[in-house]
Design a protein around this ligand. Structure first.
Ligand SMILES: Nc1ncnc2c1ncn2[C@@H]1O[C@H](COP(=O)(O)OP(=O)(O)OP(=O)(O)O)[C@@H](O)[C@H]1O
Ligand SMILES: [Mg+2]
Length: 292
């Protein structure tokens, strides 16, 4: 399978290229979102794509959107991406693109955490709290939380890290009602998904959702959903607190990069073939375990 670093759809207007996805306009109310095989680590896009990664992200997102459609409306249209591009562009979108409703993004990353890891663990060590939510003393790295918490983050500018914020910042951004709706939907999505994943031997330590509004102002789930890029998936049988459990995400790439003399600004070191192959296999394993 050839890796796709960047799509080149000439029959539609290009709106933006994100770290992973390329966005094109389909009329004035829909988008074609193409998930490339680009991988970012420490917020830097690497030169080496991971073959098949875009298909994994797309397949998992559509699996979860179907499964969770009863919780909140989402951006899906059911339109086949092959039907909105030129004939000679179909191989660029097959299996890795979606046609979605074009929504007005809510500029809050809606994060749910069931375990203490990453920036949550860092904040807890510094303050005993995450996003203004006080937690019991004595928790360790990767400890399971007494109950899942909503820990929103402000979307950072390109190249910067997202910043954890407290619930009041979300209220200031979108109003009390919408903020509460986003919090309760986020926690419901997380609890349903983590219960399902537990049955497949996977712990969803945390995950990030994005929401947007349609023309009538109705809240929709958008973007990618419960993928290894937007979540931390841990094999349950290797879980232990007091360290960072192995995961189905970019941990492999990150761990290798940490061994390199690199200051985490572009360009990143080129990945060895072995790291690329192992990472591709990890992404495939996540999809097989969750959807079979
Ligand atoms: N239905 C939708 N309507 C409008 N925008 C959407 C929709 N679904 C996803 N998006 C946006 O498309 C982009 C997806 O690209 P990608 O995930 O590669 O970006 P990113 O590098 O994560 O950038 P960002 O910081 O904006 O998330 C995101 O900005 C996301 O908010
Ligand atoms: Mg994104």
């Amino acid at each position: 399978m050839a890796a796709l670093h960047q799509s080149q759809i000439r029959s539609l207007p290009l709106l933006a290229r994100g770290k992973v996805r390329d966005m094109y306009a389909v009329g004035d109310d829909k988008l074609l979102i193409v998930a490339s095989d680009r991988i970012s680590a420490f917020d830097v896009i690497l030169d080496d794509p991971i073959p098949g990664k875009g298909q994994v992200l797309t397949e998992l997102t559509s699996f979860w959107l179907d499964k969770l459609a009863h919780v909140v409306p989402n951006h899906s249209t059911g339109i086949a991406p092959e039907d909105v591009v030129a004939a000679d562009e179909r191989d660029q979108v097959a299996g890795r693109a979606v046609v979605v409703k074009r929504l007005k993004p809510i500029l809050v990353e809606a994060v749910a955490r069931g375990y203490l890891i990453g920036s949550g663990w860092k904040d807890y060590q510094a303050t005993g709290a995450v996003c203004g939510i006080s937690l019991p003393a004595g928790l360790k790295q990767a400890s399971r939380l007494p109950e899942p918490i909503f820990t929103p983050a402000a979307k950072a500018e390109v190249g910067a890290h997202d910043e954890n914020v407290d619930f009041e910042r979300v209220v200031a951004e979108v109003g009390q009602d919408m903020a509460e709706q986003i919090r309760s939907i986020t926690l419901r999505l997380y609890s349903e998904a983590s219960a399902y994943a537990a049955g497949k031997g996977i712990i969803i330590a945390d995950t990030k959702f994005e929401f947007g509004l349609d023309a009538a102002g109705a809240l929709h789930l958008m973007d990618e959903v419960l993928t290894p890029d937007s979540s931390r998936f841990w094999p349950a049988d290797q879980y232990a607190e007091g360290g960072s459990p192995p995961s189905f995400d970019k941990q492999f790439v990150r761990d290798w990069l940490e061994t390199q003399p690199w200051d985490k600004t572009p360009p990143a070191p080129r990945l060895p073939a072995e790291v690329i192959e192992k990472t591709a296999a990890k992404y495939r394993e996540a999809v097989t375990r969750l959807t079979s």
